[in-house]
Design a protein. Structure first.
Length: 336
């Protein structure tokens, strides 16, 4: 690739779109995750599908290359990129596991994620989504397998940006994402055809993730039903599922699920916790939170976190580079 040669060592993940390998890189560097387009699926796909997969890889590379170093706190870092047999390849930072595998491992041991940790992870994912939106994209594939975890530092990072769609495009688009984790507008097509998504579609998936983590790995019934319908009927599963609910989009959150979720919360936090979940999982995108800041404030209330004002944060690039900010009255900061 552009910065060096890499030796594939073992396959550690994959999907219809891509295959992930652990690889050793240039001498004295850490192992990396190499992401290749799935060539077996590519050989079977129609030309239009091949073009979409290749374009998705290019979009992912372009997005990750556009990030500044301080944007990578909760987004996986792109270390290198190049070509292999005519297809784009990415070298990404290698993290220990993903939230999907981690939750399965916890269940196998009879353990659950502590509430504070689950809320912390959701807050970190919210920050990652804010960056994706800030750079002009919709993510559209938030799910546990796409959230990488460093178990030692309890840090999570968003990965796999092949489904990104530009925020500037307001036209309905082709199907994208994973049925088990999609917002209603992502699974059920618009009247004129296509899928009319936006940044708030990502917030629905964040709500599904919140419920999943807090309840010990239990998925929402709505998400399970959409996943089954897709496996049985592909995109026609939307009409099949509507048909089983009198032609309407089924409810995204049921009373028994609200009870299961709030039972995990301290008594004095149950109302604000339910308010957040209901807001994220609203069937109407316009009724979901408007932006990440609103979600962050609601999460802070649950965690009893009060962000300190006028406090130096080394992770803030404006402060770290001694630039004028609201914190210092728009005066240039002097080096310590």
């Amino acid at each position: 690739m552009e910065l060096g040669h890499y030796r594939l060592r073992e396959q550690i993940g994959g999907s219809a779109y891509g295959v992930i390998w652990r690889a050793s890189g240039p001498q004295a560097t850490r192992d990396v995750a190499i992401k290749l387009i799935n060539q077996e699926q590519m050989a079977r796909a129609l030309p239009a599908q091949r073009e979409r997969w290749t374009a998705s890889a290019h979009n992912e590379i372009a997005f990750l290359q556009s990030l500044e170093p301080w944007d990578e706190r909760h987004i996986v870092r792109l270390l290198d990129s190049g070509w292999h047999e005519g297809l784009p390849v990415l070298a990404l930072e290698l993290m220990g596991t993903d939230l999907g595998k981690h939750m399965i491992a916890l269940k196998g041991r009879g353990d659950t994620v502590p509430l504070a940790q689950a809320l912390g992870w959701v807050a970190q994912i919210n920050q990652a989504l804010a960056k994706v939106h800030q750079y002009g994209w919709r993510y559209l594939d938030l799910k546990p397998a796409n959230v990488l975890l460093d178990a030692d530092s309890h840090t999570v990072k968003l990965a796999d940006f092949g489904t990104n769609r530009a925020l500037g495009s307001v036209q309905a688009h082709s199907y994208a994402g994973t049925a088990n984790w999609q917002a209603p507008e992502q699974f059920f097509p618009a009247e004129g055809g296509g899928y009319a998504t936006g940044p708030r579609s990502d917030y629905f998936s964040l709500g599904a993730m919140l419920y999943f983590l807090v309840t010990g790995g239990t998925p929402l019934r709505f998400c399970v039903d959409c996943g089954l319908a897709y496996r049985e009927h592909h995109v026609a599963g939307a009409d099949a599922l509507r048909g089983r609910h009198g032609g309407e989009v089924p409810s995204a959150l049921h009373a028994d699920e609200e009870e299961r979720y709030t039972a995990t919360m301290p008594a004095n936090k149950r109302d604000p916790a339910l308010e957040l979940l209901r807001a994220l999982l609203h069937t109407d995108p316009a009724q979901r939170p408007r932006h990440a800041i609103q979600i962050s404030r609601m999460l802070n209330a649950l965690q009893d976190v009060k962000p300190a004002r006028a406090e130096f944060d080394a992770a803030d690039p404006a402060l770290g580079m001694h630039r004028p900010t609201a914190f210092n009255g728009w005066q240039a900061m002097r080096a310590a």
